[in-house]
Write a protein that binds this ligand. Structure first.
Ligand SMILES: [Zn+2]
Ligand SMILES: [Zn+2]
Length: 331
């Protein structure tokens, strides 16, 4: 029987409707056997083609001087370098300059290496670069929020084969973030403490949606997961902003993320997915109400009219079942 579940962090209602679903195995579509070359002429992210990107912002170098991770401005940036917001009002309508930063993190010099195929050591370098860019953009005078994300595969919105992530620093907070902050503050005032820590404690007690626990992180599927294999990784100790992560913790997170992505590939037939790091908005770090986390959303099911029209999601596979399937994968 279907039931509706509520996510106290995102305030989303989700209809758990596994009986609508195809059998779990029907999700397992044949992994596309696209054989990609190690290097592609004309790919702006391949070694040797560096001149095809705008001027480099940062890099992680190997001992021989070649690069392992590279950051460049997004050639098709949605934001511009406006120095002030130029706010305008026209009756009920408001607008302002799209002042912000949009960068690309090229995760690996080789064209044929996806994020789930990278070693945990290499993924550590990628996460370190995320932290470096987060720290650099945090001090940008007009930036309110920083989103680090990755689109893996076309269904997740990726348009280039070569594995890369993006960092976007925006001059606004979305209504979604504002609502989550309000809820976190409300919980803090009424219940005391952090809403995210409370959710994590309950998930650890329940155990059935946990995929893996480590010294500093826990990977689990939210009680009201939005879609099959929707996974969160939380820092176990309360941390408000992503850049509070230590070097040691980055190593652990890289290992956990690498295992999660390999489990997902094996259990769910190499689905496309999005990875996002959700961190406290720049102006909210001091309140301590937020708790940063990493989210992996597989793109197995697509949003349809009901989701768009109602804002309520339908998940056709219970998170308990998905977590069990991921735990069963032998790595
Ligand atoms: Zn390439
Ligand atoms: Zn917390």
């Amino acid at each position: 029987m279907s039931e509706m579940r509520f996510n106290p962090i995102t305030l989303d209602w989700v209809v758990m409707a596994p009986e609508r679903a195809l059998r779990p195995d029907d999700f397992v579509r044949a992994a596309e056997k696209l054989v990609r070359p190690q290097h592609r002429d004309g790919c702006p992210f391949c070694t040797g083609n560096e001149a095809l990107t705008p001027a480099e912002i940062a890099r992680t170098s190997a001992a021989d001087g070649s690069w392992l991770v590279r950051v460049v401005p997004n050639k098709y940036s949605v934001f511009n370098a406006a120095q002030d917001l130029q706010r305008k009002k026209n009756g009920i309508f408001r607008s302002m300059a799209a002042a912000g930063v949009h960068e690309v993190v090229v995760e690996h010099p080789r064209h044929d290496v996806d994020i789930c195929d990278m070693s945990a050591e290499h993924l550590t370098l990628v996460l370190r670069m995320y932290r470096e860019r987060y720290q650099a953009l945090r001090s940008h005078p007009l930036v309110e929020s920083i989103v680090i994300f990755k689109n893996q595969g076309q269904r997740a919105g990726s348009s280039l084969e070569h594995s890369h992530s993006q960092v976007m620093a925006a001059p606004v907070l979305s209504s979604q973030v504002i609502m989550r902050l309000q809820e976190a503050r409300r919980f803090h005032e009424l219940e005391g403490g952090c809403l995210y820590c409370a959710v994590m404690r309950e998930e650890m007690l329940a155990e059935e949606r946990i995929i893996e626990t480590g010294a500093s992180f826990v990977a689990f599927m939210p009680y009201a997961a939005l879609s099959p294999y929707h996974t969160w990784i939380f820092p176990c100790q309360h941390q408000t902003a992503f850049d509070e992560i230590s070097d040691e913790e980055i190593v652990e997170l890289a290992g956990m993320l690498s295992r999660l992505l390999r489990r997902l590939k094996a259990a769910a037939g190499a689905p496309d997915y999005n990875i996002t790091i959700r961190s406290a908005p720049v102006g909210e770090v001091s309140s301590g109400c937020f708790h940063w986390y990493l989210s992996v959303v597989s793109r197995i099911s697509q949003l349809a009219g009901f989701e768009l029209g109602s804002g309520t999601y339908i998940n056709s596979m219970r998170p308990e079942r998905c977590a069990e399937r991921l735990r069963e994968v032998a790595l």
